[in-house]
Design a protein around this ligand. Sequence first.
Ligand code: FAD
Length: 397
Amino acid sequence: MAVIGAGYTGLAASRQLARAGASVVVLERERVGWGASSRNGGQVVTGLKLDPSTLVTRVGPSRARELFDISLESIATLEALIAGEAIECEYERTGHIEAASKRSHFDAFRQQQRLLGRLFEHRVELVSRAEQRREIASDAYYGLLVDERSAALNPAQYVRGLNAAAVRAGVVVAERTAVERLSRKSARWAIETSCGVVDARDVLIATNGYTDGAAPALQRRLVPIGSYVIATEPLPVSVAATLLPRRRVAFDSKHFLHYFRVTRDARLLFGGRAEFAQPTPGATRRAAAILRRDLAKVFPQLAATRIEYAWSGNVAFTRDQLPHGGRLDETYYAGGYCGHGIAMATYLGALVARRMAGEPIEHPLLNDRFPAIPLYRGKPWFLPVVGAYYTLRDWID
Ligand SMILES: Cc1cc2nc3c(=O)[nH]c(=O)nc-3n(C[C@H](O)[C@H](O)[C@H](O)COP(=O)(O)OP(=O)(O)OC[C@H]3O[C@@H](n4cnc5c(N)ncnc54)[C@H](O)[C@@H]3O)c2cc1C
């Protein structure tokens, strides 16, 4: 079996396949974890990209419950894997904070709390603006929703540990090996790479936001969108301990949201979709300046703090904003996590691998009829329009 891409999806899948007895090679164009899996925000949060009430409106209450439960199952799977493989990645069940950017958003939190309790049997706590300083050293928000089930980890350490686990299971990982073309020959795959041709019975495409012309069918279904992050210099311990005193990971309630957390080495990591464009060095510099300004609005006490790092990466969106996995043009695929991929990529990668190994699995996220996005060939020409739409929505909502 061949797996293209050495991020969470590809490594979780290859580990699963090797444990089921398959001979597996992972082909990675750059280095292990080079894609989003080493550079994300490290927030392992409950739920999917779509908020619970939108999910219910789109797919109905029982399907919505199923999907929400899958998000919890994916976190449980991640925790079991990290514990079982003894992966040192600073995993901690911190809980998450969603911070209301407007007064009306806190009213929406009340409805969300009721919906989560009634339909999903999932408990979250609301913290009013008057009391929010027990959770966050900021007055920028209109109250908080707190979910104790979420967690934090160091993404680069996790992908390194997952790679080591896959190798221990017998997987061969070929770095600096770009897949250029796939062709079908006598019910097998000939995989042309920058280092020669690989012959495989089955192929899993695990390239998510970095899917290129080597997988044109998947490229027409996943939209890569840049996400940008800055990290401060290490803060004095007394300051770091006060920003988010319960060590929770946090994000706000806007469409163009900010996400942030304090790392183990006492930096504030602050990210968002500050530029609605493909990450380039120029876009990353511009985004870093925007994020720096926004960080100082949330935490004015850090206005003079130095920013030591800025980086960017691709997340992959799908048209329905749900992750998908299954078969496509006789290959297997998994992806489209819409920025919620740490637990979900680990989970869906392993799930698709079980199907590749022959298990007859029916699952709400397995979709062999994943529709292409009309008028889209892999270059997201519509991003400026979509960006303008969500900017307007943030202003109105
Ligand atoms: C800045 C940022 C912040 C994020 N924050 C969070 C967060 O806080 N919480 C969360 O849950 N999720 C977050 N995400 C999303 C999460 O990181 C991803 O969903 C997840 O890492 C996807 O893993 P993956 O293995 O599917 O893809 P990736 O890790 O992107 O790996 C894909 C790999 O495929 C390789 N590849 C592509 N084409 C080829 C080819 N032709 N040949 C060989 N190799 C190829 C690439 O080099 C890459 O290494 C964030 C993402 C970004 C970018």
